[in-house]
Design a protein. Structure first.
Lengths: 88, 190
């Protein structure tokens, strides 16, 4: 009796496996879910990141250029006023 | 198509170096499989979507830690999915359960559309029984039937030997057979 309860006959095994195979089938995720998942996992492309980086570098160059230009202008102005004061 | 195009080892190396395009290839390759696994473990379309996304986000964040020590990448992904689903069940046990009848039916691959609309009473009953099984037995059945994996492949994911998987499978079938006893599911040879 106990042996019957702890073993499966070939027929039972194949019937149970057939039921399981019929129930547990691979499913196709709905397209809208696939799309939402893709959007959720979407990251900026490397090209976009590189462009952003280039922009940032360009901004730094412009800022540095403006500051250097101002420094040169202040130095020239100071030299100009110094020379004028000496002549007076 | 994707399967033929790339060598997984190369793609994994690139992905581990932070190449997001490479990770995208892995994502496209495993999306359906992970979604299937999570869908059957949760029986809930919305949570399946959310958990699938979280599996890939976690995988992407930790892909640098992945090293192939005899465990394929797919097994690593399934383990992440398994952990997230386990957490989901833990959180959910504190809240209310959704009856299995509310679980939306998704089209099975290769089925006729009419077939997808209704699950037979037997399938619904069997799904209910499967979802009452301990998590590792549910995993085993999903990997075996949905993912069509061998005992050896399942063993790699579950961290068990092939023999242990075979034995667990047998015990799972016995347990199902006993539970089916009271249900209207025929185990006579069809």
């Amino acid at each position: 009796m106990n042996k019957l309860r702890t073993s499966l006959s070939e027929d039972q095994l194949s019937a149970l496996e057939a039921h399981l195979a019929g129930t547990l089938k691979p499913v196709t995720p709905p397209m809208e879910i696939v799309q939402r998942l893709r959007n959720r996992m979407h990251f900026p492309e490397r090209r976009v990141i590189a462009l952003r980086l280039q922009d940032w570098q360009r901004m730094l160059l412009v800022f540095g250029g403006v500051m250097s230009g101002m420094l040169v202008m202040i130095t020239v102005a100071r030299a100009f006023f110094y020379l004028i004061r000496r002549h007076i | 198509m994707l399967d033929k195009e790339f060598n997984e080892e190369d793609v994994l190396t690139r992905a581990a170096q932070g190449d997001r395009d490479a990770f995208g290839l892995l994502y496209e390759r495993y999306l359906d499989r992970i979604f299937n696994y999570v869908y059957y473990r949760t029986g809930n379309l919305h949570d399946a979507e959310d958990l699938t996304a979280r599996v890939f986000q976690r995988a992407m964040n930790h892909i640098k830690n992945y090293t192939d020590r005899g465990v394929p990448f797919s097994a690593w992904l399934y383990r992440i999915a398994h952990n997230l689903v386990a957490n989901w069940h833990r959180d959910r046990s504190r809240r209310q359960e959704i009856p299995i009848n509310d679980v939306p039916i998704l089209p099975s691959k290769g089925d006729h559309p009419e077939r997808n609309l209704v699950r037979s009473q037997e399938e619904t009953t069997l799904l209910k029984l499967i979802r009452r099984l301990p998590p590792e037995r549910q995993n085993l059945l999903i990997l075996k039937f949905v993912e069509n994996m061998s005992n050896a492949e399942i063993g790699k994911i579950m961290g068990r030997s092939e023999g242990a998987v075979k034995s667990l499978y047998h015990r799972t079938l016995l347990s199902l057979r006993d539970q089916i006893g009271d249900q209207h599911i025929s185990l006579d040879n069809e």
